[in-house]
Design a protein. Structure first.
Length: 139
């Protein structure tokens, strides 16, 4: 059975509904409220990719508001882990913005494991915080 071809005009076309694609679509909508934006995905966007299959941790969270880590700490970690092959400026920039992104997901309702006594995110290691990732993309 032949599939029907549908032609759509749009201002921005995002190919791929993984975390990068859905993130790019969100950002495009934020800055281009009047634009027609289409995100295409070959599978069910809610359940496609590794993230939607039950990712259980966010692998980088500084915890700067509690003085846990600073961007310089993450740059040092990455430099050591990658045997010096790292763009320190990019690592620093990512590290200084990651907490606000995590807080945004928390505000949107991503189930995140927290310490009941302190209210801080539950960690697994120095950088990871525990989440219920199967809810990541639907939000």
């Amino acid at each position: 059975m032949a599939r029907k071809t549908i032609h759509e005009n749009c201002d921005i076309l995002v190919v791929g509904g993984g975390m990068a694609g859905t993130g790019a679509t969100f950002e495009a909508r934020h800055w281009g409220r009047d634009l027609k934006i289409i995100c295409v995905e070959k599978a069910n966007i809610d359940r496609s990719g590794a993230v939607a299959q039950g990712l259980y941790a966010i692998n980088c969270y500084m915890g700067m508001q509690w003085g846990e880590n600073q961007p310089e700490d993450h740059v040092r970690y990455a430099r050591n882990d990658l045997m010096g092959l790292v763009r320190e400026d990019l690592g620093y920039d990512m590290a200084r913005h990651v907490d606000s992104t995590v807080h945004m997901f928390d505000e949107w309702g991503l189930p995140m494991m927290k310490n009941p006594k302190t209210g801080r995110y539950q960690r697994e290691g120095k950088w990871q915080i525990m989440i219920h990732g199967e809810s990541y993309k639907p939000i």
